[in-house]
Design a binder for this molecule. Sequence first.
Ligand code: NIG
Ligand code: FE
Length: 415
Amino acid sequence: MTQPLLIENAAQIVTPLGKKAHFGREMAELSVYENQSILVEDGKISAIGDVDRIGRGVPESCRIDAAGKAVLPGFVDSHTHLVFGGYRPDEFLWRMGGMSYMDIMNRGGGIVNTMKATRAASEEELIRHAMDHLKKMLAMGLTTVEAKSGYGQDEDTEIKQLHVTRKLNESQPIELVSTFLGAHAVPPEYEGRGDEFIEFLLHQVMPTVARERLAEFCDVFCEKGVFSVEQSRHLLTEARKMGFKLKIHADEIVSLGGSELAAELHATSADHLLHASDAGIRAMAENGVVSTLLPTTAFCLREPFARAREMIDTGCAVALATDFNPGSGFTFSVPLMIGLAVIYMHMSAEETITALTLNGAAAVDRADRIGTIEEGKQADLVILQYPSYKFLPYHTGVNIVEKVIKKGKLVHSAC
Ligand code: NIG
Ligand code: FE
């Protein structure tokens, strides 16, 4: 048994409750305990209560004073493209000058641009860059991060990206959830032959990924001019047979039917959803699909935000994630994401917290283990510099995370 840890006398302990995603109105239901403490043993939360009751016998060196501070579940970023080579600052500025994301992609930029740099990069370089980003993500309170492949689109590079993710998972505190996104773009070798590329992924690449357990999820960029609904359905149906759980980049640029497809397949999540139709929104709510929204991407693409308010009012389980990637949104700023969700997407502070914790955990199929502060859950915790969760949107765009605890260990302290 490892040393216990006591987080004592928190001004607030703030958390959704449960082991499943919260849909619709449930998203606003948070439990708030005042002046209580959390006892952690063997990496798990073993008690929440009065310090005199639960803290007896815990040595001074195993105590963190949380007086005047709010404690929340560790944040979950359920959608990132963490591992990539090179950067694309020019494309960002071209977009600001009026060019569209798809114009740039059709001219050989975009994902294919990063694909070339990722193919050329060594594992060590990819690790070094991603590690630098992960350190900053941890400081923003992210304790679990999903990471997609998809910048290789050939066998060796896709596997290289997934190996890098595995190594990173073993060498720093954030738990990484690996997703295979070979179907991210049709690579130049397969131009005009998307169907054949999908068969190549299914027969040549994914059996190895499945056998070596290099990814838990399979994702696809279901988008006009990239992969059609039919191609996405075929890929994901076969992926499920191989043991992958399912995610979809759905209705990001146009309303193609990705959210309806996610509902039909009972995918774990459908992500982006800037142009999800009314029917797609209803179908996600009715079929238990987590609707993952990525406000910083809409912001960086200068596109209208996803209809979070309508989704929650229709009964969806909304998660928020950063979509960190070198193209459509080169940011993992949790404070910016929270600000955009509350100010422009009309989510309440309470809904935003559920979206970043329990619903994020559900989007990576870990709601039974993480995402709330409850006895028996893994002790992934964030301590804020301020006494209330309301400071998260209010101190707009500023990182107010003071300490981060992962599996019961203090892994980051800003002071
Ligand atoms: O989620 N839309 C597809 N994939 C990423 C962008 C990838 C890139 O531009 O490199 C996204 O926005
Ligand atoms: Fe993405």
